[in-house]
Write a protein that binds this ligand. Structure first.
Ligand code: MN
Ligand code: MN
Length: 295
């Protein structure tokens, strides 16, 4: 832990929510459609296919908060507690929910087993998008234990090697950043090793992956390009969401990484103040309390 760990953890959580709220406006649009309608999309204006209020977030943030709440009440990452929290979340009629998440939670409701069978097909980004509270709660654990905790929460709905690899990599990138690693270290110690282990994740240095789908490989390629090719929180998020596609989720994941690296000073005031107030408070509270239980 450094003096910057706490503020950067808070910025990562706010980044997740801001990226989600920013991207949701243009989710499922193409870059061409976004350009025609908005020029460059760069403000928290709501709308989109979900008809959101300005600053409102979607499942990416609310699932992370549900997971975080389960970790705080259990005192650790616990698959059963997380599955119950997700189930309660689903009963609350969230504004959006992924198909794999819904299928996994309906199965949990039926069987009570908080683990879905291995699937070669379910390589969606739904487990990766909600992993942040695990990274915070496990900050002082050994890397193998961080990876195990990531998989425990992931496998409630997504049990797939590519999803696992990405989810663990993202949590470890956040952890490294909170412990002081810079972007070059994250590139060489996390992003490149992921692509060596699973060549699907290989990405170019500059903008290539447009219109990324919810497939974890396309999501990660867009996030990595935007994150490593820009120098500020704001530029990173604007770059990634204007690619369209699963823009709320690429925005959420990029925002989490960028927040962890650049810290609170990097977050534009118009985005911080534009974010839904209850969401902002919940993110700030969980970031603080999750780091406390990591101690
Ligand atoms: Mn969403
Ligand atoms: Mn999405």
């Amino acid at each position: 832990m450094t003096n910057a760990t706490q503020p950067h953890a808070t910025a990562a959580y706010l980044g997740l929510a801001i990226g989600d709220a920013l991207g949701a406006t243009v989710e499922f649009m193409t870059p061409r459609e976004i350009a025609a309608q908005y020029g460059v999309h760069k403000d928290l204006i709501g709308g989109g296919w979900l008809k959101l209020r300005p600053g409102q977030v979607t499942d990416d943030t609310t699932m992370a908060l549900a997971l975080g709440a389960s970790i705080l009440s259990a005192g650790r990452v616990d698959a059963d507690a997380a599955a119950r929290a997700f189930d309660t979340w689903m009963r609350g009629k969230p504004v959006d929910i992924g198909a794999t998440v819904r299928r996994g939670l309906l199965a949990f409701r039926k069987t009570g087993v908080a683990k879905t069978p291995l699937s070669e097909h379910d390589a969606g980004n739904g487990a990766a998008m909600r992993v942040l509270p695990v990274a915070l709660a496990t900050l002082r654990l050994a890397e193998a234990d961080v990876r195990a905790a990531c998989r425990a929460q992931a496998h409630i709905t997504h049990n797939n090697p590519l999803s696992d690899a990405a989810t663990e990599t993202l949590a470890l990138m956040v952890r490294d950043a909170l412990l002081g690693a810079d972007k070059l270290a994250l590139l060489h110690q996390r992003a490149h090793p992921l692509a060596r282990l699973h060549p699907e994740f290989t990405f170019r240095a500059t903008r290539q992956r447009q219109n990324p789908s919810g497939y974890i490989v396309e999501t990660m390629q867009a996030v990595f390009q935007a994150f490593f090719d820009t120098d500020t929180f704001e530029d990173c998020l604007i770059d990634v969401v204007n690619r369209g596609g699963d823009a709320d989720t690429t925005g959420a994941i990029a925002g989490m990484l960028a927040g962890a690296v650049y810290g609170p000073a990097g977050i534009p005031r118009r985005w911080l103040h534009g974010l839904d107030v209850a969401t902002r408070n919940a993110c700030e509270m969980q970031a603080r309390e999750l780091l406390e239980i990591s101690a």
